[in-house]
Ligand binder design. Structure first.
Ligand code: AMP
Ligand code: FE
Ligand code: FE
Ligand code: ZN
Length: 283
């Protein structure tokens, strides 16, 4: 049985390993297929693809697009998109600008709350990553000794609704779906009922998204308990959706999400790849 993990992050966004090291870790974790899905950027794919060829592991290119519905942040995985698609590239650049643009405001809020920090500290933690995120703010807080780890930083300060949270630009889910499909890719909702997004994603609304072109749900994810997975699986089966399972690996940034902790069934993966090929996407 092929071991398939379709959701991982490198240090091109908020993971802690380089793209090549994610692939090396995937081999170590005995995976047969791995997808790299950094937040709002495709920049890590060439290095990962090259490493995958070197190690003899099958690779699928992807990304995780930041979107929103009714002001709630929702993550949308896109598999097999063409990196040269101009509409997608333009929108991703806009999202990344919003990511970097809010860092000074977050640093100012933390400073106001007695944790002096500036944007440079955060950019140093990001190490040149094109996609800068709150996890890098968290790393800067850890480096200064304000919190023990990323989790504490999020729980006390950075999460939506917490004192140092600052919003940023994201497209609607519908627009995200359109852009991914327009670039030859397959859109799959990431951890739809994890953390914050459950209330924003009612069954009725999920049905609407399917009419907009949504093709899959990430059912097996650390953020979903067994009951949630069963509910999503029943809905996905009724709607004939692609249902994936993945780790959402972030290296040391998310110790509860080791590579391979959730897997995608081989026949589901084959269906996904078939759709990408049929619409001119790239693996
Ligand atoms: P951002 O991309 O700036 O919106 O920050 C969201 C990212 O932070 C997500 O992609 C997660 O990887 C990460 N994250 C959210 N909550 C936590 C947490 N409790 N511990 C570690 N990382 C987290
Ligand atoms: Fe992340
Ligand atoms: Fe996510
Ligand atoms: Zn992710």
């Amino acid at each position: 049985m092929r071991r398939i993990d379709l959701h991982t992050h490198s240090n091109i966004s908020d993971g802690t390993l380089s793209p090549a090291d994610v692939i090396a870790a995937a081999v170590e974790a005995d995976l047969d297929v791995v997808a790299l899905t950094d937040h709002d950027t495709l920049d890590g794919l060439p290095e990962a693809r090259k490493a995958a060829r070197h190690y003899g592991v099958e690779f699928l290119g992807g990304l995780e697009v930041s979107t929103e519905h009714e002001g709630v942040s929702v993550h949308l995985l896109g598999y097999g998109v063409r990196p040269d698609d101009a509409d997608l590239a333009r929108e991703l650049a806009k999202v990344r600008e919003g990511r970097s643009g809010r860092i000074p405001a977050m640093a100012a809020l933390l400073s106001k709350f007695g944790m002096p920090l500036d944007a440079q500290d955060v950019l140093k933690q990001a190490g040149g990553a094109p996609s800068v995120g709150r996890p890098h703010v968290a790393d800067a807080m850890v480096a200064r000794g304000y919190v023990a780890d990323r989790r504490e930083a999020f729980d006390c300060w950075l999460d939506e609704g917490k004192p140092a949270y600052v919003g940023r630009y994201t497209p609607s889910i519908e627009r995200g779906i359109e852009l991914i499909r327009g670039a030859g890719g397959v859109p799959v909702l990431a951890h739809p009922w994890g953390r914050h997004s459950r209330d924003a994603l009612s069954i009725n609304y999920l049905e609407q998204l399917i009419y907009c072109g949504l093709e899959g749900l990430e059912v097996d994810h650390t953020d979903h308990d067994e009951a949630t997975r069963a509910e999503l699986r029943a809905f996905g089966a009724a709607m004939n959706l692609i249902m994936t399972g993945s780790s959402d690996f972030h290296g040391a940034g998310k110790p509860d999400n080791p590579l391979g902790c959730n897997l995608t069934a081989p026949e589901v993966y084959d269906e996904l790849v078939g759709r990408i090929e049929a619409r001119g996407g790239v693996r």
